[in-house]
Design a protein around this ligand. Structure first.
Ligand code: DAH
Length: 349
C-alpha cells in the first residue's frame, strides 16, 4: 500500500485495504461509502488543499482498482484443475427435490440392485463407470491400437475439447473402459493370493438409429475376474450361476467363438429361452435360444497394460446389456420405454 499524506485519506486507505481481503467480490470496494465521503469532502476544502487532496484520492482509487484487477486475473489464471473423466461426486449436498412419496425406483435401478446383490454373494465388488472418458480407456488399454478397424464398431459421442494428447473425450460406448482401472486398483490383492473380482453396472452411449431394440443411452454389466489358473470353464460357470439366480430357474447355456480385441479366445454366450423352454416364442424371436452377451479370456496385452504378468495370472471378462436382461425378464417390447420417463410405464414396476 502506498503512503498517503492526508490523514483522512491515509485512514480510509488502511480501512479499505483491510476490508478488501475479506470480500468475496473485491470489485465492490470501489463503491465503498468511505470513498464516496472523501469525494464529497473535496467541495468543503479550502482552494489550495483541493488539488493535492483530489490527486491523492485519485491515486487511492487507482491503487484499489489495481488490486481488484490483480485478484480477477489470479483467479482466472489458476482455476482448480477438473478431472472431467472422474465419476460423479456422491458427497455433494443434495439439491432440494420434489417430495418423493409419489415416486418409485426406476425398473433398471431395481434390477441393477438385484444384479449387484447376486454378484456380491459370489464375491464380486461393484464399481461405477464414468459418463465421459478418454481414448486410452475406451481403446488403447483394451488392445485396440490407433487405426484398428474394430474401433468402428463403437460409434459414440465425442467432445469438442481435447485431452493432453489432442484426442477428444468420449461418452463411453461400453463399460470395458473400466477394465484397466479395476485391474490397477485391485492389482495388489493378487500377490496375497486373492482374486480380482469386480462388476461395473453402468450407463453407456452409442450413436444409434433408434428403434425398439436400439437406444443411444443404455446400461451394460461388465465383469472382470483375474487370479492364478483361471480358465474358460470358470467363466461359463459364473455366468450360468448368475443367470439361473437372476431368472430363478435352471438354464441351458452355450458359447460360440467370436472376436473382441480385448479377449482371446472370445465368445458369444447364449442361453435357452427362459420363457418357452426352447420351443420358440416372441421373447427369443422364435429361435428357442438367445445370444446374450460377449465374453472371453482377458487378452495378455490388456493384463500387461495394467502391469499384471500374463505368465502368472489369467482372467475372464464379460459384457452384457442390462436393458436386454430386464426386457426379457419383464417382457418389455421396446427399449425406448426406459428413458422415456413415461409414468404409465414406470408405474408398472
Ligand atoms: N465391450 C463389449 C461390447 O460392448 C462387450 C464385451 C465383450 C465385454 C467381451 C467384455 C468381453 O468384457 O470380454 O461390445
Amino acid at each position: 500500500m502506498m503512503t498517503y499524506q492526508n490523514p483522512d485519506i491515509a485512514k480510509a486507505a488502511e480501512t479499505l485495504f483491510a476490508r478488501l481481503e475479506t470480500l468475496d467480490d473485491p470489485a465492490t470496494i470501489l463503491r465503498a461509502p468511505e470513498l464516496g465521503a472523501l469525494y464529497l469532502q473535496i467541495r468543503t476544502l479550502p482552494n489550495e488543499v483541493k488539488a493535492p487532496f483530489g490527486r491523492e484520492l485519485n491515486e487511492l482509487k487507482i491503487e484499489l482498482q489495481g488490486r481488484v484487477d490483480e485478484s480477477k486475473s489470479s483467479s482466472l489464471e489458476s482455476p482448480a484443475r477438473i478431472d472431467v473423466t472422474a465419476p460423479m461426486d456422491v458427497n455433494v449436498p443434495l439439491p432440494s427435490l420434489l417430495p418423493t412419496e409419489h415416486g418409485s425406483v426406476h425398473p433398471l435401478t431395481q434390477e441393477i440392485q438385484r444384479v449387484v446383490d447376486i454378484f456380491g454373494r459370489m464375491g464380486f465388488v461393484a464399481e461405477e463407470s464414468r459418463e465421459i472418458d478418454d481414448q486410452y480407456h475406451m481403446f488403447e488399454s483394451l488392445n485396440f491400437p490407433k487405426g484398428h478397424p474394430a474401433r468402428d464398431d463403437y460409434d459414440t459421442f465425442m467432445t469438442v475439447e481435447t485431452d493432453t494428447n489432442g484426442d477428444p473425450f468420449i461418452a463411453p460406448a461400453h463399460t470395458s473402459t473400466m477394465q484397466n482401472r479395476i485391474l490397477r486398483k485391485y492389482h495388489e490383492q493378487l500377490a496375497s493370493g486373492e482374486a480380482i473380482a469386480a462388476i461395473v453396472p453402468d450407463r453407456v452411449f452409442r450413436n444409434e438409429d433408434l428403434d425398439a431394440r436400439h437406444e443411444h443411452t443404455f446400461y451394460q454389466l461388465e465383469g472382470v475376474y483375474v487370479s492364478r489358473g483361471v480358465h474358460a470353464g470358470m467363466l461359463i460357470a459364473t455366468l450360468k450361476t448368475f443367470l439361473e439366480e437372476y431368472y430363478g430357474q435352471k438354464l441351458e447355456v452355450h458359447v460360440n467363438p467370436y472376436y473382441f480385441p480385448f479377449t482371446e479366445p472370445s465368445f458369444e454366450f447364449g442361453l435357452s429361452c427362459p420363457f418357452c423352454a426352447g420351443k420358440g416364442c416372441s421373447v427369443c424371436s422364435h429361435e428357442g435360444s438367445i445370444e446374450l452377451l460377449g465374453c472371453g479370456m482377458i487378452h495378455p496385452h490388456v493384463l500387461r497394460a495394467a502391469d499384471i504378468d500374463p505368465a502368472g495370472y489369467t482372467g475372464f471378462a464379460f459384457g452384457c446389456g442390462i436393458d436386454r436382461l430386464v426386457m426379457m425378464k419383464n417382457q418389455i417390447e421396446d427399449v425406448r420405454h426406459f428413458e422415456s420417463a413415461k409414468l404409465d410405464f414406470l408405474r408398472q414396476f
